[in-house]
Design a protein around this ligand. Structure first.
Ligand SMILES: Cc1cc2nc3c(=O)[nH]c(=O)nc-3n(C[C@H](O)[C@H](O)[C@H](O)COP(=O)(O)O)c2cc1C
Length: 201
């Protein structure tokens, strides 16, 4: 049965970025559920059905390896003048606060016919599917895109091809007890719409 528009609207508007510190680190997410979220991601529109994505899932001990690689990459990409010890510490902590971290890769498949930007756009659609599905399951999710993802070290860690790109880390987990679900706001939609009348009308 299809959800109604009202249910879909409610789901879309309920989704919020839930940061790792607001997740319950002690409660894991079942593998089958992770697979379902990723499978829903793959139902996103994608030009030419090239399916330009790859999802690297880090759970349990694998998150420690992710932390090591992220710390290494942060040191690599950060100019000395911008290096911040507190940032490094956060990089070392965040992946361990979330039971699941997914490194989401735009894997280039399109060749000359489909521009790279379109495959990145398709991945973004997929990640929205993933986060909405997580929301529907009662999970918190959050998209993080630190510059270190583009560093040579991290790219090699994910075995990226020259045209591939890791567009973000999606942190997923059950909200911690007592969390007040964050509120957000958007500008009135009327400000974002241009109703075009036909010339001369
Ligand atoms: C492409 C993309 C990259 C993002 N990267 C970050 C990030 O690096 N750090 C961060 O705090 N939030 C990041 N976000 C999440 C946004 O900050 C968040 O969606 C925005 O504040 C609106 O809040 P909401 O998701 O609760 O509606 C990213 C979102 C997108 C779509």
């Amino acid at each position: 049965m299809l959800p109604t528009l009202a249910q879909t609207t409610a789901l879309i508007r309920h989704r919020r970025s839930i940061k790792p510190q607001d997740l319950n680190p002690a409660r894991g997410v079942e593998r089958e559920l992770v697979v379902e979220l990723i499978e829903n991601a793959t139902w996103a529109p994608n030009h030419g059905v090239t399916e330009p994505w790859r999802f690297h899932v880090f759970q349990d001990e694998a998150r420690h390896e992710l932390v090591r690689e992220m710390e290494r990459a942060y040191r690599e990409v950060t100019p000395a003048a911008e290096f911040r010890e507190d940032k490094l510490q956060k990089i070392g902590t965040n992946p361990l606060l979330a039971p699941v971290v997914i490194a989401c890769v735009m894997e280039r498949h399109g060749g000359a016919k489909i521009p790279s930007i379109e495959e990145t756009e398709a991945l973004a659609c997929a990640l929205q599917n993933l986060m909405l599905s997580a929301t529907a399951a009662g999970l918190g999710s959050y998209w993080s895109s630190p510059p270190l993802l583009d560093g040579a070290t991290f790219r090699a860690f994910l075995n990226l091809g020259p045209e591939d790109r890791c567009a973000g880390l999606i942190y997923i987990g059950w909200p911690r007890e007592g969390l007040n679900w964050p509120r957000s706001a958007r500008a009135p939609v009327a400000e974002k719409i241009v109703w075009r009348a036909a010339a001369g009308a």
